[in-house]
Design a protein around this ligand. Structure first.
Ligand SMILES: [Zn+2]
Length: 68
């Protein structure tokens, strides 16, 4: 299986069994310049935290109870 998942920002290899990371999928529509394109972005937690520091508005974060 040569489907290596890497962080799109820093290029780090993502090991799903060891860490969690952000996945964004977006199917661009008519009002964009990318109509018909389906984008998938992966961002490791380190880059995610750095990215959030650039936001002017805080993330809407809620605590969820994990079912173990
Ligand atoms: Zn990264």
């Amino acid at each position: 299986m040569k489907n290596g998942k890497v962080c799109n920002v820093c290029g780090k290899v993502l090991d799903e069994t060891q860490e969690d990371y952000l996945v964004i999928e977006k199917e661009w529509g008519y009002f964009s310049n990318k109509d018909g394109s389906h984008d998938r972005i992966r961002v490791c937690e380190t880059c995610y935290d750095q990215w959030l520091e650039q936001f002017t508005q805080p993330v809407d974060r809620q605590q969820v109870t994990e079912l173990v």
